[in-house]
Write a protein that binds this ligand. Structure first.
Ligand SMILES: *[C@@H]1O[C@H](CO)[C@@H](O)[C@H](O)[C@H]1NC(C)=O
Ligand SMILES: *[C@@H]1O[C@H](CO)[C@@H](O)[C@H](O)[C@H]1NC(C)=O
Ligand SMILES: *[C@@H]1O[C@H](CO)[C@@H](O)[C@H](O)[C@H]1NC(C)=O
Ligand SMILES: *[C@@H]1O[C@H](CO)[C@@H](O)[C@H](O)[C@H]1NC(C)=O
Ligand SMILES: *[C@@H]1O[C@H](CO)[C@@H](O)[C@H](O)[C@H]1NC(C)=O
Ligand SMILES: *[C@@H]1O[C@H](CO)[C@@H](O)[C@H](O)[C@H]1NC(C)=O
Ligand SMILES: *[C@@H]1O[C@H](CO)[C@@H](O)[C@H](O)[C@H]1NC(C)=O
Ligand SMILES: *[C@@H]1O[C@H](CO)[C@@H](O)[C@H](O)[C@H]1NC(C)=O
Length: 388
């Protein structure tokens, strides 16, 4: 009796199983192949010439592989529209996708893996991943994305890995990565990044893998804090190197000292090849410099470094101050005499490099008539000076 009952139950179960299996695998829309894959219902529609997402797949499908098709675009509610809201894994690799509508993925509330690699996506709206809150992996490698806007990766509390290798990213907004407590791996190698601030990644407390190589990093004072942050958090991986400035091109970040990440001085004043004409007794020459770190600045006269004293007499005074990275080092030539005419060069140096600018001082008093009054300045009255 018990045996018979058991038998009947088994038969019913078998019939039930076969019919469900039939629904899902036999009524699979061509060219897809529907099968079980590690306990999930999968539709494998790869390597066809599909131009649209198949419309007649079972709404139970959890894994959808559309890799290597010719989709060109992902429209608004692209998956919801065809009744696919239970996707856990979505493979859209190599599909010639150029445009992704900001609401293409809405309703994919349980999706954990999204592969959009090897497409031609240029732009991602900050709301693209809104509502796909279970995502753990987003693969956007090998696309044409040029910037990551504020909020693009936000509030994805399971997100562990973001791959953006080999795009054209020039800029990552400071709030592109927000509230991603589990993010461990971020790959942004092979892009067009030259600078970045630590603020952009600082909040990613669980970050343990960061690929930054193959970017044209400009290793100057603007990158210094980011470089220091990367090194001190053990996130540096070779061969991340510098593209600029020329003096440290192709040097690895960890071979350089933090102080090498400097902005070379630029002398704003004197202007190149300028001439100062003066009839004053004391003539002040201005040197105005920017540079980070604050440069060392000194003056030369006709190629020789200036000594403030000569034979016990104070010949020059120097006054200097620095405000907001602008540094003034003003040289005053006291009691000018004939021999003070000539070329004055301001030289500025810091670990980033050096700059120099030369001005020619013409003492009007001695020009024109050609009279030489070597010791005369203090004794000569104002009529002795000429304007040029
Ligand atoms: C599609 O093609 C790729 C590359 O030729 C191959 O690796 C993959 O197994 C193919 N997939 C299917 C489902 O045919
Ligand atoms: C989808 O299924 C419907 C109803 O079974 C059918 O009429 C339609 O032709 C199918 N479409 C495709 C693209 O297979
Ligand atoms: C992301 O896509 C690239 C290119 O298709 C592939 O090489 C890489 O292995 C993918 N990463 C993951 C984690 O699947
Ligand atoms: C880092 O990840 C672990 C588990 O992987 C998690 O318990 C922890 O809360 C995460 N850290 C932060 C700062 O969220
Ligand atoms: C990289 O960015 C610069 C501007 O910062 C641009 O001139 C250049 O064309 C870009 N290179 C590539 C390969 O996109
Ligand atoms: C030039 O400088 C000297 C020394 O500081 C000073 O004694 C003198 O008064 C100055 N001359 C003029 C015209 O300012
Ligand atoms: C000053 O510079 C000019 C232009 O470079 C040069 O012709 C002249 O010989 C220099 N004078 C001295 C004294 O070095
Ligand atoms: C140097 O000269 C400039 C221009 O006159 C002036 O603004 C600056 O305050 C001077 N700096 C010092 C330290 O004397």
């Amino acid at each position: 009796m018990a045996h018979k009952c058991w038998q009947t139950w088994l038969n019913i179960a078998l019939v039930f199983l076969t019919t469900t299996a039939a629904d899902f695998t036999t009524e699979c829309q061509r060219p897809c192949d529907c099968r079980w894959q590690s306990g999930n219902k999968a539709a494998i529609c790869a390597n066809s010439s599909l131009r649209v997402i198949p419309v007649n797949l079972s709404s139970d499908i959890q894994i959808l592989d559309l890799s290597n098709n010719n989709l060109l675009q992902l429209h608004q509610e692209a998956f919801k529209r065809v009744g696919l809201s239970n996707l856990k894994k979505l493979f859209l690799k190599d599909c010639n996708i150029e445009v992704v509508h900001k609401a293409a993925f809405v309703s994919l509330a349980i999706m954990i893996e999204l592969d959009l690699s090897k497409n031609r996506i240029r732009h991602l709206h900050p709301d693209t991943f809104k509502g796909t809150e279970k995502l753990r992996l987003i693969n956007l490698s090998n696309n044409l994305v040029d910037k990551l806007e504020d909020g693009l990766f936000r509030n994805l509390k399971y997100l562990q890995k973001v791959e953006l290798s080999n795009n054209r990213i020039v800029r990552i907004a400071t709030k592109a990565f927000v509230n991603l407590p589990q993010l461990k791996i971020l790959r942004i190698d092979g892009n067009n990044l030259s600078h970045m601030k630590p603020e952009t990644l600082m909040a990613l407390r669980n970050l343990s893998g960061l690929d930054l190589h193959n970017n044209p990093w400009r290793c100057d004072c603007n990158l210094q804090t980011f470089r220091d942050w990367v090194i001190s958090h053990n996130l540096y991986t070779p061969p991340t190197s510098c593209a600029e400035p020329a003096s440290i091109r192709s040097k690895l970040w960890n071979e350089l000292d933090s102080s090498n990440f400097a902005c070379r001085p630029t002398i704003l004043e004197p202007l190149p090849d300028s001439t100062i004409k003066s009839y004053e007794e004391n003539v002040t020459l201005i040197c105005k410099v920017v540079g980070n770190p604050t440069p060392e600045v000194f003056w030369r006269f006709n190629g020789k470094t200036i000594e403030l004293r000569s034979f016990g007499e104070i010949r020059y005074t120097v006054s200097e101050n620095t405000m907001d990275l602008i540094r003034f080092v003003n040289l005053t030539v006291l009691h000018t005499r004939y021999s003070d005419r000539g070329n004055y060069t301001c030289v500025a140096e810091n670990p980033g490099g050096r700059d120099e600018k030369t001005l020619t001082l013409v003492l009007s008093k001695y020009s024109g008539s050609g009279t030489i009054a070597e010791h005369g300045i203090k004794k000569t009255d104002q009529d002795g000076y000429q304007f040029l």
